[in-house]
Design a protein around this ligand. Sequence first.
Ligand code: MG
Ligand code: FE
Length: 159
Amino acid sequence: MTKAEDNLMAWLRDAHAMEEQAETMLKALVGRTGEYPEVKALIEKHLTETQRQAESLEDCIKSRGGDTSTLKDVAGKMVAFGQGMSGMFVEDEIIKGAMASYTFEHMEAAAYRVLIAAAEAVGDGRTKAVCESILEEELSMASDLESHLPGLTRKYLTR
Ligand code: MG
Ligand code: FE
């Protein structure tokens, strides 16, 4: 394998671990959105997208000849980051959670921009297309969170 192929495989695995972490985070957050139905719907929608993203990445790894049996092991890499975020669930947990989620979407977007360029470098059009489609979902979630943050804050402050 070339350096680019090696890196692409490693980054696809990292992205898969990132999506598993995202799933954990979104599940924790959705349980705390009871009083904020619009935000709850947003999180639930992205939770479904996130689960599909992990599956699509697994398909990319398989199609490039990668072993998917150890995929769950790498998820540990992101645990520290996730724990830092779950530690934020305090009195204003919904606000902290929404902020963390907004940050996480941008981190995901960065990962997919790198993956798109790497897939292009090795001529893997299928992986590139998958990552482009996931990138759109991350940017759309970031943008939705951005529009909900001020209203969520106002609602929180009046409770
Ligand atoms: Mg994602
Ligand atoms: Fe996301």
